[in-house]
Ligand binder design. Structure first.
Ligand code: PMP
Length: 308
């Protein structure tokens, strides 16, 4: 999806012009994928822009960095303030937020420990990740022939740049075959996640999503949807799923910061349920988007207001 450029990017403690937020071609991250990042959204509310689950996203960023022994030279509070600053500086009401911590320029070779660490926070307006129609019409997905990397090869709890090359293979395969997105199985044949989304099914009014131990990312939208669904009175379980569970589901949907709650209308050319967005998916979307707008008192703590 093309990026809509704005004015400023936060880089190592200051706001720089968009065009100046560069790294050297010999940076460690460019060669070895040694970066960790987050994907966050800020939503428009009656009290100005508000960042959705900022604290949880930043905690995950710091956990990812710790796993790769990257020292982030700022506190969570400083990155929180920087996120608010860069949204304000660009005058955005709603946007995507992409913090990126990477091993920069200075050393070559696999050993990353002597490379400097650079921190960037970019923001830009971003629409529906899987297409403007997708939130209503749903998407068509393919179970990838590529397996999700095992957790003892690359830990799925970390959101690290280099790890995404696995999802890139699956995404390319699905697009070339005419689908919108891929879902990967783990080496045991259980469902993990999409290339950038967790997945839920609905069967006879019950919701199920794969457990984190299947090897999917511990998605923050997944957590929000688990809470919202339980609060709405649904029975929700985290259980291993196989591909036929998707074929036989009444409803199926993705969750993710970029994808929000996107219905899945077809899996491997088989219609899911009636082949369009189901009623429970629609209800969850309604509750989710109301919360992102700051309209739900119960979830007020999930928003960090940029102008406060
Ligand atoms: N799985 C993968 C592989 C992802 O990249 C993402 C996006 N971060 C997700 C799931 C969904 O996570 P979240 O809800 O935290 O955006």
């Amino acid at each position: 999806m093309p990026i809509t450029e704005v004015e400023k990017i936060w880089k190592d403690g200051e706001l720089v012009d968009w065009a100046d937020a560069n790294v050297h071609v010999l940076s460690h991250a460019v060669h070895y994928g040694s970066g960790v990042f987050e994907g966050i959204r800020a939503y428009e509310t009656a009290r100005g822009p508000a960042v959705w689950h900022l604290d949880e996203h930043l905690k995950r960023l710091f956990r990812s960095a710790k796993l790769y022994h990257m020292e982030i030279p700022y506190s969570i509070e400083a990155i929180t303030d920087a996120t608010k600053d860069v949204i304000r500086a660009n005058g955005l009401d709603a946007c995507y937020v992409r913090p990126l911590v990477l091993r920069g320029y200075g050393e070559m070779g696999v050993n990353p420990l002597n490379a400097p660490v650079n921190v960037f926070i970019a923001v830009w307006p971003w629409g529906a990740y899987l297409g403007e129609d997708a939130l209503e019409q749903g998407v068509r997905i393919k179970i990838s022939s590529w397996r999700r990397n095992s957790q003892n090869a690359l830990p799925s709890s970390a959101k690290a740049s280099g790890q995404y090359i696995n999802g890139v293979l699956a995404k390319i395969e699905s697009l070339k075959a005419g689908y919108d997105e891929a879902v990967m199985l783990n080496e045991q044949g259980f469902i993990t996640d999409g290339s950038g989304e967790n997945l839920f099914i609905v069967r006879e009014g019950r919701l199920t999503t794969p457990p984190i131990s299947a090897g999917c990312l511990d998605g923050i939208t997944r957590g929000s949807v688990l809470a919202i669904a339980r609060d709405l009175g649904y029975d929700v379980t985290e259980e291993n799923l196989v591909r036929t569970d998707l074929y036989n589901a009444d409803e199926c949907f993705f969750t993710g910061t970029a994808a929000e709650i996107t219905p899945i209308r077809e899996v491997d050319d088989r219609a899911v349920g009636e082949g369009h967005r189901g009623p429970i998916t629609k209800e969850l979307q309604g509750a989710f988007f109301a919360a992102t707008k700051g309209e739900t008192e119960r979830y007020a703590s999930w928003l960090t207001y940029v102008n406060d």
